[in-house]
Design a protein around this ligand. Structure first.
Ligand SMILES: *Cc1c(COP(=O)(O)O)cnc(C)c1O
Length: 378
């Protein structure tokens, strides 16, 4: 059996979690949360990093901080996770879905520009598979109109665009530490605040609308309700687990990158023969081996391949059903322009097992199975 996903675990986590337990400080914003914040602020680097309970919540904070309201329009890809859209739809925005470019499955910058209108209040990019969107083109168009860009960088931790870490380029960047992501604490996320104007309010919104963070720093003598907010901070148990993974980030990333390269080399022949397509990394992007996907000819061939792999004990998974075609998608938004690639390409895409600890032999047997499938199909 080769599972499609196994949550990352290095073996060092229990000691860190026990340390948190023995420290008798389990609620949020304790020593491990501070260590995580420091790690992100120095290593990415980022101006301000705030741990959250999920990437979903980091996106919700971004929508709230940008003051998104009823009647506003927010541009994003249709090929993304529901949370990208929910966060903004919950504030009353209409979602304007745009098409992807087929080679990266990222939002097409030209289509974003075409979809911008007088009601556009934000652009949300999602870096699919940890491969950066065309941030220069999207950023320049947004800046001309004063429209903020939010990065759903859930899949993009440690990936770069022209040398800069994804998540540190837009006004806000949102990471996920869900168990399917490169580093994890089960459920968790991060809001990266790249614009000083939002530092103070981001802290307040995360702490139930109070100035508690300022109080703890001794900057005010009592803390009180100063704004609207909710509870977005994770417990110290989660922060300790995450911190242990951050301490091991080179080991985790090194293994993932080697695994990705092994798939790429192993399946290169089939791609050259035109039997399937492999991921494409445009110039100036450094991906993070978040995912290895292939594209089959069509949805029927993909299903046959899923079944073939399953019969050999190999887990594989397709990905997003385009949001504009989902029941809530048509209520919350509309597709701008032609759906030339989103539906078609999403039906071809299949993800192969890639997780920390998968062995080279296991990767080779997945490669061999895919080759057998196409050999048989000739
Ligand atoms: C995983 C993921 C999310 C959600 O992350 P959670 O931490 O589970 O809330 C959001 N957007 C994208 C693109 C994701 O891949």
């Amino acid at each position: 059996m080769i599972a499609f996903n196994v949550p990352p675990f290095t073996g060092d986590e229990p000691a860190r979690v026990e340390e948190a337990m023995r420290g008798r400080k389990l609620s949020g914003d304790g020593p491990f949360t501070r260590k995580c914040h420091e790690w992100f602020e120095t290593r990415l680097p980022a101006k301000r990093a705030l741990l959250t309970t999920s990437c979903t919540h980091a996106l919700e904070m971004a929508a709230f901080l940008l003051d998104i309201k009823e009647g506003d329009e927010v541009i994003m890809p249709s090929f993304t996770f529901v949370s990208t859209a929910n966060a903004f739809a919950l504030r009353g925005a209409r979602i304007v879905f745009v098409d992807v470019e087929p080679r990266t499955m990222n939002m097409d910058a030209g289509k974003v520009i075409a979809a911008m209108g007088p009601r556009t209040k934000a652009i949300v990019v999602m870096h699919y598979a940890g491969v950066g969107c065309d941030m220069d083109a999207i950023g320049a168009a947004a800046a001309r109109r004063g429209i903020p860009v939010v990065e759903d960088a859930a899949q993009a931790f440690m990936a770069r665009y022209k040398g800069r870490m994804l998540g540190t380029i837009g006004v806000f960047g949102c990471y996920s530490f869900h168990e399917t992501k490169n580093v994890s604490c089960g459920e968790g996320g991060l809001l990266i605040v790249n614009d000083e104007r939002y530092f103070e309010r981001a802290e307040i919104v995360r702490e139930k609308g109070t100035n508690r963070a300022k109080f703890f720093r001794g900057m005010v003598d009592k803390y009180t309700w100063v704004d609207l907010g909710s509870s977005y901070l994770p417990s110290e148990l989660n922060a300790a687990y995450l911190y242990s993974q951050l301490e091991n980030v080179e080991k985790i990333q090194g293994h993932r990158m080697a695994t990705w390269d092994r798939y790429y080399a192993g399946l290169g022949g089939l791609a050259q023969a035109g039997r399937l397509e492999l991921p494409f990394i445009p110039e100036g992007r450094e991906h993070n081996a978040h995912m290895f996907y292939i594209k089959a000819r069509d949805i029927a061939e993909r299903q046959d391949l899923i079944d073939f792999l399953k019969a050999r004990g190999i887990g594989s998974a397709f990905h997003y059903i385009p949001l504009h075609s989902a029941p809530q998608g048509s209520r919350s938004g509309r597709f701008h322009g032609e759906d030339r690639w989103t539906t078609r390409e999403s039906e071809r895409l299949l993800r192969l097992p890639l997780w920390y600890g998968i062995s080279p032999e296991q990767v080779d047997s997945v490669v061999a199975a895919v080759k057998d499938f196409y050999g048989r199909a000739v």
